[in-house]
Design a protein around this ligand. Structure first.
Ligand code: PLP
Length: 431
C-alpha cells in the first residue's frame, strides 16, 4: 500500500483507466449478466451503506428484502406467497450451496430421527439399491459448475443423470440413481449452456415418491420462463408445456433460486433463494443458525454475514418498477433477437443445434475444411471463438457438452449487433 494517499483527481483518472479495460457490454454474447436497469443503479447508490446482515440497523432494507421474497414467490407460482421463506444471496452459486447445505442437514437430522426416514430407506432397500457410504446428490449432466464446488465443500458425491437429445434430464435416469444416501434432487430451469428446462413435473413426482427435497436452479431461467409462458400462452401449446410448470405450483419443489443480476436487470451481486416454507428447514436451520450477540438481531441463519443492502434496494426497485408486464416486454425483446439471429444464421447456411426455447442459441459449425459432413471439433470451435474476439472484438462462448458456439442474447444486444457479428462469422468460416 502507498504511504501517502493518492489525490482524488489522480485516482479518478486511474479508475477511468481500469474501467476502460472492462467491457461496456457492447460486443458481448457470452455473458448471462447485462447492463442493469437505470432505476436499479439509482437505488443501489442510495443504499450503498446498508447491510442486511445487521437487520435492526437497516429495517427499511429488510422490509424490502421480505417484499422481494414475496414477489419472487408469486412469480414462481407459490400457492401462498406469504408463507414462502428465503433471502437474498450473492447469486446462483451461493443459493445452490445453501439449498444443498440444507438438504444435507435435513438428511442427517432424519437419520437420527427414525420413523419417517425408515419408511423411506425401506422403500429404497426393498428395491435393492446400492448402499454407498458417501451422501449423494442427483442432478442433470447439464448442471452448472457451481455444483462441483458444492460437492467438494459439503463432501457429497454428485450423481449425474443422463440427458435427452434436447439436453433435458431423463427422469428415469434420475430415479434409477436414487439410493439410501441420496440427500435430494436438482432440476434446472434454463440450463447454462442451452437454456433448456428439465421436466420438473416428473422430477416433482419422483421427489414426492421418495420423500426427497427438490431444488430448482432457475438462476437464469427464473426471470425468463414465467414471462415467456404468458407470452406464448394462446399461441403455441407445445411451448407452454415446457415453460408451464417448473416452480412452486409443483408440490415436490422445495426450493428455487433465481438471479436478479441476470435476466432480472438488477445490479451485481443479486441472487434470491426461496423455500416453499420455513418448516422444510426446521430440521436444518439449527445447524446454520448462530447467536449474534453483538448485532441488532438475536440470530443469523444465512450462509454469509454482512450482506449488501444496496443489492436489495436495486432489486426491489427494478422488480417494482418493471412489474410483470415490464419483464414480459424484456423477454419478448430477447425472443425477438432470437428470431432475428435464426434468420441471419440461415443466410450463411447455418442453423441452431437445437431449437432455442429461450434467449440462448447454440450453433455447431460444419467443418468445411475436411469436406465431410461432420462438425467442427472442440479445437476448431475454440479457434473460431478466439478469432471472433481477436479479429472483430466479439465475445462469444463455447459449449462443453458438444463442440459448438454459444450465444446469449441479453437485453444489451441489438439486431444490428447480430447482423454484424454473423457477417464476421461468415468471413471466418468461409476461409
Ligand atoms: N446456475 C445456473 C443455471 C447458471 O447459469 C449460473 C451462472 O451462469 C449459476 C447457477 C451461478 O450463478 P452465479 O455466477 O451468479 O453464482
Amino acid at each position: 500500500m502507498n504511504k501517502k494517499g493518492v489525490s482524488e483527481e489522480e485516482l479518478l483518472a486511474e479508475l477511468s483507466f481500469f474501467s476502460d479495460t472492462d467491457t461496456n457490454f457492447k460486443k458481448v454474447f457470452s455473458s448471462m449478466c447485462t447492463i442493469p436497469h437505470p432505476i436499479a443503479v439509482v437505488a443501489q447508490q442510495q443504499f450503498s451503506l446498508s447491510n442486511i446482515g445487521d437487520p435492526g440497523l437497516f429495517q427499511g432494507t429488510c422490509r424490502m428484502e421480505m417484499e422481494i421474497i414475496r414477489m419472487s414467490a408469486f412469480m414462481l407460482k407459490h400457492p401462498d406467497s406469504v408463507s414462502a421463506f428465503g433471502h437474498m444471496t450473492s447469486g446462483g452459486t451461493e443459493s445452490n450451496i445453501e439449498a444443498v447445505f440444507h438438504m444435507k442437514n435435513r438428511f442427517l437430522s432424519f437419520s437420527s430421527f427414525s420413523s419417517s426416514h425408515e419408511s423411506k430407506t425401506q422403500k429404497i432397500q426393498n428395491s435393492s439399491k446400492l448402499n454407498d457410504s458417501k451422501l449423494n446428490l442427483i442432478l442433470p449432466k447439464t448442471a452448472h459448475f457451481s455444483f462441483e464446488k458444492i460437492a467438494n465443500l459439503l463432501d457429497i458425491e454428485l450423481k449425474k443423470a443422463d440427458i435427452d437429445s434436447d439436453f433435458r434430464v431423463i427422469s428415469e435416469s434420475v430415479e434409477s440413481l436414487i439410493d439410501k444416501n441420496t440427500i435430494g434432487l436438482i432440476g434446472i430451469a434454463g440450463n447454462t449452456e442451452f437454456g433448456e428446462c428439465d421436466p420438473i413435473e416428473s422430477l416433482s413426482e419422483i421427489a414426492l415418491k421418495y420423500n426427497l427435497p427438490l431444488h430448482i436452479d432457475a438462476a437464469f431461467g427464473g426471470f425468463v420462463y414465467p414471462f415467456l409462458e404468458i407470452e406464448n400462452e394462446s399461441k403455441d401449446e407445445s411451448k407452454n408445456e415446457i415453460a408451464n410448470k417448473f416452480a412452486f405450483d409443483l408440490p415436490g419443489v422445495t426450493s428455487v433460486s433465481i438471479d436478479p443480476h441476470k435476466m432480472g436487470l438488477s445490479v451485481i451481486p443479486a441472487g434470491v433463494l426461496v423455500f416453499r416454507d420455513e418448516s422444510f428447514l426446521n430440521l436444518s436451520l439449527d445447524k446454520i443458525k448462530v447467536q449474534t450477540p453483538y448485532l441488532t438481531s438475536k440470530y443469523q441463519s444465512t450462509l454469509t454475514g454482512t450482506r449488501s443492502g444496496s443489492s436489495v434496494a436495486a432489486t426491489y426497485a427494478v422488480m417494482k418498477h418493471l412489474g410483470f408486464d415490464g419483464y414480459k416486454k424484456n423477454v419478448a425483446y430477447c425472443m425477438d433477437l432470437v428470431n432475428h439471429f435464426k434468420k441471419e444464421l440461415s443466410k450463411i447456411g447455418l442453423k441452431p443445434y437445437i431449437s432455442p426455447k429461450i434467449n440462448i442459441i447454440v450453433v455447431s459449425i460444419e467443418n468445411k475444411n475436411k469436406k465431410i459432413a461432420d462438425c467442427a471439433d472442440y479445437a476448431e470451435i475454440e479457434k473460431i471463438r478466439s478469432q471472433l474476439l481477436e479479429k472483430y472484438g466479439w465475445n462469444v462462448s463455447a459449449t462443453k457438452t458438444i463442440p459448438a458456439l454459444r450465444f446469449v442474447l441479453m437485453p444489451h444486444v441489438t439486431k444490428e449487433d447480430i447482423t454484424r457479428m454473423i457477417s464476421d462469422l461468415k468471413e471466418l468460416i468461409d476461409y
